[in-house]
Ligand binder design. Structure first.
Ligand code: FE2
Length: 246
């Protein structure tokens, strides 16, 4: 089975369309979504509509989805994120609210020993950026592979014996051949708001027959997404950062 792995879409329609156009020829049967479907961008309803119609979607919530669906306030959000969350709440169609409200909290097991989470497998709101946090995750939960998002930085933490190594995705592709006896935390990068100074949108494909994960980056019309953000009256920075990839 081949899985398309998406995270941090952030209401960016142009980015999602580009990802799907790039992923379809590569082939996938199911779609895994690691949360933050909405927030920041100008097209929350269209992004949700596309997700709802993709084959075999398994999605969990992110912190922005939780706030947009009104389960929690925007505590801990910076000003631009808070304004965008409030705008998103006002803009969501009833069917979109229903979709977001039904998203489960991670971690969720999608295959034996294989999980999805938003922040970390232990806490949906924590950022997994360094080896110490990765070790807490490996120690705290017995997974073989866990996909995570939230940081918007594509790459992997790999546990082999007692040693954790880090594999950031530096170019436009990173291939990880998972091996028995090793354990993996893998971030596919962000579809809708890349932050590693590469403005191309990110996604991953996972083939559970060969146990290979490939992370990809593809260009998309970021200027169009930015223009829509400005027209919607959202903070200008949320548009500008798409061009910069930060
Ligand atoms: Fe996010």
């Amino acid at each position: 089975m081949r899985f398309l792995v998406l995270s941090d879409l952030h209401s960016n329609l142009e980015a999602l369309q580009a990802v799907l156009a790039a992923a379809r020829p590569l082939g996938f049967e199911r779609v895994l979504v690691l949360g933050d479907v909405v927030g920041y961008g100008a097209d929350p309803n269209d992004v949700i509509e596309i997700l709802r119609n993709l084959p075999g979607v398994l999605a969990i919530r992110g912190n922005h989805d939780r706030v947009a669906a009104s389960f929690s306030d925007a505590e801990g959000f910076n000003e631009a994120a808070r304004l965008a969350a409030l705008w998103t709440r006002r803009t969501l169609a009833p069917a979109s609210v229903e979709f977001l409200a039904a998203l489960p909290k991670g971690p969720v097991e999608f295959a034996s020993g294989k999980f999805l989470c938003h922040g970390t497998p232990l806490d949906e709101d924590r950022y997994l950026l360094e080896e110490g946090e990765a070790r807490r995750c490996f120690d705290g939960m017995p997974f073989d592979l866990c996909f995570f998002g939230h940081t918007h930085f594509p790459g992997a933490f790999i546990l082999e014996g007692d040693r954790i190594s880090r594999r950031p995705a530096l170019g436009d592709e990173l291939v990880i051949e998972c091996q028995r006896g090793r354990r993996y935390l893998i971030n596919p990068g962000s579809v809708g708001q890349p932050r590693d100074r590469n403005p191309r949108c990110g996604f991953a494909l996972f083939d559970d027959a060969s146990d290979v994960v490939s992370i990809h980056r593809v260009p998309y019309p970021a200027a169009e997404a930015r223009e829509k953000i400005l027209r919607a009256g959202l903070p200008r920075w949320l548009g500008d950062r798409l061009i910069l990839g930060v």
